[in-house]
Ligand binder design. Structure first.
Ligand SMILES: [Zn+2]
Ligand SMILES: [Zn+2]
Length: 293
């Protein structure tokens, strides 16, 4: 089955699960189910946004969108993460309230919904398992495997409640689910924000790159180095190089070829802009080089 079709199928399965879990959490009064439903809801949103962003990311670059559309996936991840945090806060509020004013819940409905959720997640994992080595599919697989484990936790607490009648087990498991959701969403927001703020990708070491550049014959000094992610997989770099005044333009071309090969091979940098200089310019420290107005 093609990857895209598979993702759509998963999306429909998750939608069915969401509707069922919302109904079940209303009937059973379980906040654990509510937080699971909130999580499933954001999964659905994430899947839809990702499918759309991936489609947009394929568009070629134009004069007005010179970097293309690949950063659309980063924007979608950011929106996703923020939504996830807001939703977690709402569920957290409900959960904490439940500790102080307990509500009698129906463990049978809680159990049924958790079993359905486990089965759906289990089959999603099985169907994604044949998806090969694509990074998106693999991270989706890991995610739904985690969700299956969560459903297992809800199943156990539903059984626990029906045997012991300890109803605090419900908000307790809910608290655990919300905490996991918050940690995940915090990471998504932090990683996507770094790219949106043009931060240096965590996998890139600027000092290492400068040392590698200085090892190329003809380069005397490197300054004003910027390395940023256009998306989470494509990096770009720009910097100034000091060369001897007698260097010919044709020689800078040879240097440039070496730089492009080096940066692509060792640092996955796909887009390089270099400014050759033969004199040190004191204005070229930090950003910006010149103030406006
Ligand atoms: Zn999930
Ligand atoms: Zn400079």
């Amino acid at each position: 089955m093609p990857e895209n079709k598979k993702m759509w199928l998963v999306t429909f399965a998750v939608f069915g699960l969401l509707v069922f879990e919302i109904l079940a959490s209303m009937i059973s009064h379980s906040v654990a189910l509510l937080s699971d439903a909130a999580h499933v809801g954001t999964d659905l949103l994430a899947a839809i946004i990702t499918l759309y962003a991936q489609k947009i990311a394929m568009r070629p670059s134009t004069d007005s969108m010179s970097f293309g559309y690949s950063r659309g996936t980063v924007v979608s991840a950011f929106v996703n993460g923020v939504t996830l945090i807001l939703l977690s806060l709402i569920v957290l509020f409900e959960t904490v309230q439940r500790f102080f004013s307990p509500v009698s819940i129906q463990p049978s409905w809680m159990l049924t919904a958790a079993i359905v959720s486990f089965i759906v997640n289990f089959f999603i994992v099985i169907s994604l398992f044949s998806g090969g080595k694509n990074l998106n599919i693999r991270s989706a697989l890991l995610h739904f495997a985690g969700d299956a484990v969560v459903s297992l936790g809800v199943i156990l607490s539903a059984i626990g409640i029906s045997i012991t009648h300890q109803e605090w087990l419900d908000p307790a498991i809910s608290l655990l689910l919300v905490s996991i959701m918050m940690v995940t969403s915090y990471r998504i927001v932090r990683e996507s924000l770094l790219i949106l703020m043009e931060g240096t990708p965590p996998s890139v070491n600027i000092d290492q790159i400068i040392q590698a550049l200085l090892s190329i014959k003809g380069i005397l000094a490197v300054h004003d180095v910027h390395i940023w992610g256009v998306s989470d997989a494509e990096f770009a770099a720009s910097f100034h190089l000091l060369v001897a005044p007698e260097t010919k333009v044709v020689e800078t071309d040879r240097i440039l070829e070496k730089i492009e090969a080096l940066l692509l091979d060792k640092f996955s940098i796909v887009h390089v802009s270099v400014q050759f200089e033969c004199e040190v310019n004191p204005l070229h420290t930090g950003f910006p080089h010149r103030k406006m107005g």
